[in-house]
Design a protein around this ligand. Structure first.
Ligand code: MG
Ligand code: ZN
Length: 246
């Protein structure tokens, strides 16, 4: 019985990986880089995105247009907040049709592909459902993974949810404006993080004060500028680099 259960879980993850590769191929084809943004509920994913995307993303090479795929069990409160910034937002709810799952999987993201304005954006940020457990197991077709860990959650989170911390390319430590009011050791958190994922990039940020948010925006920009696995620049960026209109 126990063996059967393990097999089923492996089959589910295999099937998910296949669909995630198909999503990735479609994103590559459209020249869109994808970031999977994860955290526990209330860590500040939406607030950080609001801050980072508020003024648009641009550098000396020009503007990167970002869109958001907003994953929630139900409702569209976060999507409405981001839409206020004139960022194209697509809502993906898991309650209708996906059993109210507490994570996004590759098939759910695939179901939203046709609703995404892939022709208009260079970067898609997928705000996953707030959860530190299963989102880490399911690739959705992303190029990079970022997670938000707030200082109100305690220093032990990397030890309790190692897969999430181990599979991320960036850890955003949010709500640092609250540090003077908390019995929280930043050194202990960073030590635990280093034990679980040695050398992983981290940033200290506050969505409330804006501290560190420019660094996050620059990281998003850099992800959007990355070449595909085939070595291509995104088509619109290649056109801009060549000085011709996209
Ligand atoms: Mg949110
Ligand atoms: Zn789940």
């Amino acid at each position: 019985m126990h063996r059967t259960k393990v097999r089923v879980a492996e089959d589910v993850l295999d099937a998910n990986a296949t669909i995630a590769r198909a999503n990735r191929a479609d994103f590559d084809q459209a020249g869109v880089r994808v970031v999977n943004l994860m955290s526990a509920p209330g860590a500040g994913k939406t607030a950080l995105l609001e801050r980072a995307l508020a003024g648009g993303l641009s550098d000396e090479l020009g503007e990167v247009r970002a869109g958001v795929l907003e994953g929630d069990v139900q409702g569209s409160l976060d999507a409405q907040r981001l839409a206020m910034l004139h960022v194209p937002v697509t809502q993906l709810n898991t309650a209708p049709g996906f059993g109210g799952e507490c994570h996004l999987d590759a098939n759910m993201v695939r179901s939203a592909l046709s609703a995404l304005p892939l022709g208009e954006i260079d970067l898609l940020v997928i705000e996953n459902v707030g959860n530190l457990v299963c989102p880490a197991e399911f690739r959705v077709g992303e190029d990079a993974r970022a997670m938000v860990c707030s200082v109100t959650e305690g220093e032990d989170k990397p030890l309790k949810y190692p897969l999430m911390f181990r599979t991320c390319d960036l850890v955003l430590i949010n709500k640092i404006d609250l540090l003077p009011h908390l019995d929280f050791s930043l050194d202990a958190l960073l030590g635990n993080l280093e034990r679980i994922h040695p050398g992983v990039q981290h940033m200290l940020v506050s969505a409330r004060t804006g501290e560190g948010v420019r660094a996050f925006a620059d990281w998003l920009l850099a992800r959007a500028r990355e070449r595909t696995s085939a070595g291509d620049l995104a088509p619109r960026q290649a056109a801009r680099a060549a000085g011709t209109p996209a």
